[in-house]
Write a protein that binds this ligand. Structure first.
Ligand SMILES: Cc1cc2nc3c(=O)[nH]c(=O)nc-3n(C[C@H](O)[C@H](O)[C@H](O)COP(=O)(O)OP(=O)(O)OC[C@H]3O[C@@H](n4cnc5c(N)ncnc54)[C@H](O)[C@@H]3O)c2cc1C
Length: 401
């Protein structure tokens, strides 16, 4: 009998195991992962940014956990010798229309208690000499890291602490009983006191397996990236972001320095016809049907046709993608960027077509389900883990919606 079975070996599952084993060193814990390696999906395919918490609604879980999570992630990297860099980022207003939005964002970050300053065109150029902007915001506390490396370190610490790993084993059924929860995998059945669902792109299916009804469905959005050729990486010194559109905060391509010395450009956001579909041509009938049969998808698509089309065009037309980058750094030309690995975001959506903005965690009788953990969940992962560990023995109290 296990004390805790954690489903999903991404950074949220690993951080949850880490928090639990630190709190309950004698607990019997197993992490179940369907792939033969950890962090093969969102965690291993993201932008590698340690976010500061600029964008998030004051008072939300995201706002709190991004700020705390940024600090605990940097500390974890320092304590464990994981290469990372607090390089800072600039948000750039490129036309007059964006200036009031920039101002509104500045006000919001004050409420989140962040150290952010307004900068003019010259100061912008001092930080990023190739940026062309009217003005900007400087966020010194943003950093970069390779989250796969963070995950590997957490796994090493977990193994040292006696946590078991069942890799290459997919969860296919869940039965919650009064005294235990039974988790059937493709290898064997596991009996546990509690179960935590951290299955990312498949979290909604596991909620359903556990017999819990929710209005939430995961809709997968592929984020496609280009990278600058080696000769052009000098055009970007750190992290260059546009001023976000509050209606579509996760849209807007940015330029990101990576830990391997490269510079990523992107991502865009297009509907993926496969939950783990990293190629434009990837298709999976069940995943597609899941989206198309969900009323929320049609409501969202109906009211966002223009933005959706723009993202599609950017996906198939390199020149359009490059044009978005040129708004930030005009010297970037089409021949300076080459396609690189894509990622797929697990974005929860409600039946009314609204995207679930905040982290979303629900509970069953003996289970906790992380139903929405999009960006900045890698940054916030250690805090999400702590929150789950803190609440687990008092399961009924955890109803974070
Ligand atoms: C393109 C992109 C860019 C991003 N950039 C950033 C960034 O710069 N900074 C940041 O903080 N966040 C970023 N994010 C968000 C961040 O990567 C995710 O929020 C985070 O990785 C989520 O971790 P997770 O453990 O929940 O999910 P995952 O890493 O997807 O892990 C879930 C795991 O569950 C496993 N699983 C699923 N179903 C089953 C099953 N039935 N049985 C067993 N195992 C199962 C999967 O194989 C997978 O390994 C980005 C995301 C994307 C996609």
């Amino acid at each position: 009998m296990y004390d805790y079975v954690i489903i999903g070996g991404g950074i949220v599952g690993l951080s949850t195991a880490y928090a639990l084993v630190r709190k309950y060193p004698d607990a019997r814990i197993v992490v179940v992962e369907k792939e033969t390696e950890i962090s093969a999906h969102q965690t291993g395919r993201n932008s590698g940014v340690i976010h500061s918490g600029v964008y998030y609604k004051p008072g939300s879980l995201k706002a709190r956990m991004a700020v705390q999570g940024r600090n605990s992630m940097v500390k974890f990297c320092q304590d464990n010798g994981i290469p990372h860099e607090v390089c800072g980022k600039v948000l750039v207003a490129t036309d007059k229309e964006e200036l009031p939005r920039m101002e509104a964002l500045y006000e919001r970050v004050q409420q989140n208690g962040l150290n952010v300053s307004r900068i003019d065109r010259d100061e912008l150029r001092e930080i990023e000499p190739y940026v062309d902007g009217l003005a900007g915001l400087k966020v010194p506390s943003t950093g970069i890291v390779n989250y796969k490396k963070v995950s590997e370190k957490i796994k090493e610490l977990l193994e040292q602490a006696g946590v078991e790993f069942l890799l290459g084993s997919a969860v296919v059924d869940i039965t919650e009983r009064k005294e235990e929860v039974v988790i059937d995998t493709t290898e064997k059945s596991l009996h546990s006191r509690y179960m935590i669902n951290c299955a990312g792109l498949f979290s909604d299916r596991l909620v359903k397996m556990a017999g819990i009804h929710t209005d939430v469905r995961i809709v997968p959005f592929r984020g496609e990236y280009f990278e600058l050729t080696e000769e052009k990486t000098h055009l970007v010194k750190g992290l260059i972001y546009p001023i976000p559109n509050p209606d579509f905060p996760f849209l807007g391509v940015h330029l990101t320095k990576m830990m391997d010395g490269g510079v990523h450009a992107g991502p865009n956001a297009v509907l993926s016809f496969k939950r783990e579909g990293y190629q434009k041509t990837d298709f999976h009938w069940k995943d597609t049907l899941d989206v198309l049969s969900f009323p929320g998808f049609w409501k969202m698509a109906g009211s966002n046709v223009k933005e959706g089309m723009k993202e599609m065009v950017r996906s198939f037309h390199k020149k359009s993608f490059v044009k978005s980058l040129q708004r930030l750094v005009p010297d970037i030309q089409a021949e300076d960027v080459v396609p690189t690995d894509a990622g797929v975001r697990a974005q929860a959506m409600l039946k009314n077509g609204q995207l679930v903005d905040d982290f979303h965690i629900i509970t069953g009788k003996r289970s906790v389900h992380v139903c929405n953990a999009p960006s900045p969940a890698a940054t916030a992962s250690l805090e999400i883990g702590k929150e789950i560990a803190k609440k687990l023995p008092e399961l009924k109290a955890l109803k974070v919606v």
